[in-house]
Design a protein around this ligand. Sequence first.
Ligand code: ADP
Ligand code: MG
Length: 625
Amino acid sequence: MTENVQTHGFQAEVRELLRLMIHSLYSHREIFLRELISNASDANDKLRFSALAQPELLAGEPDLKIWVDYDADKKTLTIRDNGIGMTREEAIAHLGTIAKSGTADFFKKLTGDQQKDSQLIGQFGVGFYSAFIVADEVEVHTRKAGEPVSSGVRWASKADGEFTVETVERADRGTSIVLHLKDEAKEFADGWRLRSLVRRYSDHIAFPVLMRKEGEATLDWEPVNQAQALWTRPRSEIKDEEYREFYQHIAHDFAEPLAWSHNKVEGKREYTSLLYVPARAPFDLYQRDATRGLKLYVRRVFIMDDAEQFLPMYLRFIRGVLDSNDLPLNVSRELLQQDSDVEAMRSALTKRALDLLARLAKEEPEKYAGFWKEFGPVLKEGLGEDPSNRDKILPLLRLASTHEESDEPKVTLADYVGRMKEGQERIYYIIADSITAARGSPYLEQLRSKGIEVLLLADRVDEWMMGHVREFEGKRFKDVSRGDLELGSLEGEADKAAAAEVAKENEKLLKRIRDALGDRVSEVKVSTRLTDTPACLVLAEHDLGAQMRKILAATGQSAPESKPALEVNVGHPLLKRLDSTMAEDDFAELALLIHDQAKLAESGSVANPGEFVRRLNRLLGQLMA
Ligand code: ADP
Ligand code: MG
């Protein structure tokens, strides 16, 4: 039989995970039991699902169960299920690699700092490999449902970078995981300890988790958990603690959820949903191919993980369960995409999730602030993606503002509208690379001097997002770096008359600057927004801004050229200098320098940095001569 024993190396990421887990998860050691029971439950779910089409798979043993057993003398702990089991190939693939997309990227993010890494690992979900936190050797005995007794598999590893597999006889269907406990983890070979852990972490598992009756050397087993799917129980009977543990089971997250919503819908369509808002973003939140969606059950039979059809992309962080009474048991992903019932459920669940967020924002603003920090930019995508729920999403925004000292996004649109100035018609905002850059932007000078609040936006999605929203409570949004400021009655008649006067007086100067700049700008005019800065560039209302240009450039697309207008502050000493009878060459030099400065303030870069620096130094040189 020995030629049938094969030795394999773990995938590099698995090796890294094992190393990290063993060192950084010491304080969460007991989670291994939750993970292994969770896998046993998944395996039973999968068998029950496969048996819908092939009932003979359940032959001889129709009741699906999980057993937990231990031997204190031998320091072993065994978790067994009679579920789907694994073939030899499956054992090699599933217990030697990590299939999740983005795994390699995830490992690059690890810092070596145990504190931080243990947090990250918690987001990643450690699964089967968590067995090695407490065991120095793990054996897996398994046989795939429907396969003959001769096709059993024994998988074993000491976490030393390798594992072995061997084909063996195995009478039992399903999988037994045998842990050889480390000395310092032998406390887990204890009936009382195990019972309390099972009750705590696995009470809601829908299959009975059995343990031997205490004190008797018999083969009498008794159930330790409730063995009832949590969501099927009435809300009033479920403790918060149970909701939290159930979340940790389905989300593989160490952290507690921020909020949840458990609902039973009756009538034309019948279904139960349990939605959770996590406290922390998963590592792959921004990977387009990351798994997302709800765990789907039909009449309590598990159908699939990650049913993404029930929630829109921008709510991809929501975790939970959906149990439908109406969908057919043989429903597939393709069918889900076409089903009109699914469409209706999706729209109801979307509202449910947004209401849950609104409730969290209202009742627990601090938790909501935490949510916003992790998921705010994702939720913002909804303003473009889901126009029908715009009115529900807008109040959920939290933004930084010139009227707050801290850069934390705290201001709601309702706050903003509530403190608008008498006569103010617009909600002003600016987009920059960072809140600091936004706050320091010259575009705000005039507004600041009038005491008008401006929202400061710096997320990557912001320009895209603002392209999709027009107004909030009847007040239009206005980007302060574009077009006319539309100050309305905030600008008195006298101001307007004075501005017209100034423009007229400076007509010649503006023309001269325009000639010097050539086709770099669409026009040169007297500024309405500057007080301290000599000039700024102003885009037309629908031109692509700096942020969208960067996004397009990063994806290899070229953005159409847009030509901004240059607004000059004629009261500024530099402009005054230009105004005097300067020689043509010197005039052009200074005009170009002013233009490049404005460009720098707008987009963070100039077309020709070398030339800009030379020009600046030439002028500085003249100054010092
Ligand atoms: P996950 O459960 O998130 O897929 P795990 O690391 O927990 O990740 O498990 C990896 C894979 O190993 C599972 O997806 C499954 O294919 C297989 N596996 C683990 N435990 C069992 C089991 N008890 N029965 C059958 N397959 C299992
Ligand atoms: Mg698992």
